[in-house]
Write a protein that binds this ligand. Structure first.
Ligand code: AMP
Length: 192
């Protein structure tokens, strides 16, 4: 079992780099944002709640996201060999719970990759994605709130993993291949 957390501010390239990781290592990919968007599309009870938070650029309450994550892990046999966690954890509480959840299943967080990209570049990338995909929370007003939430609530997760010696910052400003080769080098050194 090998578990990777891919971490960073909105627009840093977590989704894009997750795709590269899936191809390279064949791990199961869990994007909490994607699962929430599917719930919204299917108008599930969770989706109806999540829609309000996502539109405002706020985080979904911890207990709802944690329950959702545990359900995926419980019902997905492919996740047993290891998971790429994309967009989770987003609070220190979520990081603590993730350790417990994995410990219960005989695993741990094996690598944390933090994609670092300058703020102006993040905003430009998100607005471009909004134009291309029509994703509802990819507009300037919501992006600014999401970045505020990232700085106040999510970035302390870096400290949590740094203390444990597992946080690896990666320069996320280059090309997809460039960034991925840095990630791969780090993961391969951890897998040895
Ligand atoms: P993402 O696709 O990762 O950018 O997530 C889109 C939105 O889903 C975020 O702005 C949050 O509102 C919500 N979300 C995704 N993951 C989490 C999480 N781990 N905790 C709380 N909210 C989340």
């Amino acid at each position: 079992m090998f578990n990777i957390v891919i971490f960073g501010a909105p627009g840093c390239g977590k989704g894009t780099q997750s795709e590269q990781l899936i191809n390279q290592y064949g791990l199961y990919h869990i994007s909490t944002g994607e699962i929430l968007r599917n719930n919204i599309a299917q108008k599930t009870p969770l989706g109806k709640i999540a829609d309000v938070y996502i539109k405002q650029g706020q985080l979904i309450p911890d207990q709802l996201v944690i329950r959702m994550l545990e359900e995926v892990l419980d019902t997905t046999p492919e996740a047993k060999d290891g998971v790429i966690f994309d967009g989770f954890p987003r609070t220190v509480h979520q990081a603590e719970i993730l350790d417990k959840i994995l410990q219960k299943r005989g695993g741990k967080v094996d690598a944390v990759v933090g994609l670092e990209v300058e703020e102006q570049e993040l905003i430009e990338r998100i607005l471009k994605r909004g134009r291309e995909t029509g994703r509802e929370d990819d507009n300037l007003e919501t992006v600014k709130k999401r970045l505020d939430v990232y700085h106040s609530t999510t970035s302390p997760v870096i400290g949590y993993y740094t203390e444990k010696g597992s946080y690896q910052p990666i320069d996320g400003s280059g090309s997809v291949d460039d960034v991925f080769s840095q990630i791969k080098r780090h993961i391969d050194s951890k897998k040895k």
